[in-house]
Ligand binder design. Structure first.
Ligand code: NI
Ligand code: MN
Length: 226
């Protein structure tokens, strides 16, 4: 299993023949200039919520790759109206077993509207079981108490958490989140892309280390093998 970073909140999990893409926002991201969005491949596309910085490239990639689009009911309906037929509508607390493994759509405390103003349902995150690992992809979220349920019942091996502050958790709440979910292996997302969410990398890594945790800030375009 491999996790690749395309900048902001866009990741790809590669496991055997499956390529699972999360929240594609590449072509408008100055920091991801070196990524050619036309070369990004996927057979699953998971979308946490409707904001532009999570769906900007979703339509063009989906047209080219024809992935199964997985999101909440409202966002999936928006894609269906555009003619996409391979979809999996979910809602909070629900699980679905895909050929790569189980996905659960979980709560996020944030907002969700699609770029054209369409209601985007309630925002979420995903717990994904793939390649022998359990991964929590939090989406855009504040720290919230439901994360304790994830710690009690799901115990992820890897957590992909927003850390850029202002629109989501910042460093200190991301550390508290990793306590709540009982996962010390954190990959950061949703930082540096915009002036509001500039992250002090060294301070973030040091604070996680002082709490006995590991924070990875991936280079855009890089991959980690597990
Ligand atoms: Ni958002
Ligand atoms: Mn966002």
């Amino acid at each position: 299993m491999e996790i690749k970073y395309y900048g902001h909140s866009c990741f790809e999990i590669v496991s055997n023949s499956n390529r699972i893409l999360f929240d594609p926002f590449i072509s408008p991201n100055d920091l991801a200039k070196n990524i050619n969005v036309d070369e990004v491949e996927c057979n699953y596309m998971l979308i946490s919520h409707g904001h532009q910085d999570h769906v900007a490239d979703a339509e063009s990639i989906a047209k080219r790759c024809n992935p199964t689009i997985v999101s909440n009911f409202e966002i999936v309906s928006w894609f269906q109206e555009k003619g996409f037929e391979k979809v999996q509508p979910m809602n909070h607390g629900g699980n679905w077993k895909f050929d790569f493994g189980r996905v659960k759509y979980v709560n996020a405390v944030h907002s969700s509207v699609l770029p054209d103003g369409t209601y985007g349902g309630n925002p979420g995150g995903f717990i994904i079981e793939v390649g022998g690992k359990r991964i929590y992809y939090a989406g855009d979220t504040a720290l919230h108490m439901d994360m304790k349920l994830i710690g009690e019942f799901d115990r992820p091996d890897i957590a992909i958490l927003p850390i850029g502050d202002n629109f989501t958790m910042g460093i200190d709440d991301a550390i508290r989140a990793s306590d709540f979910i009982q996962c010390d292996h954190v990959i950061g997302m949703h930082y540096d892309t915009f002036p509001y969410i500039k992250l002090k990398h060294e301070e973030a890594i040091a604070k996680f280390k002082a709490a006995g945790k590991n924070l990875t800030l991936m280079e855009i375009g890089s991959s980690i093998k597990y």
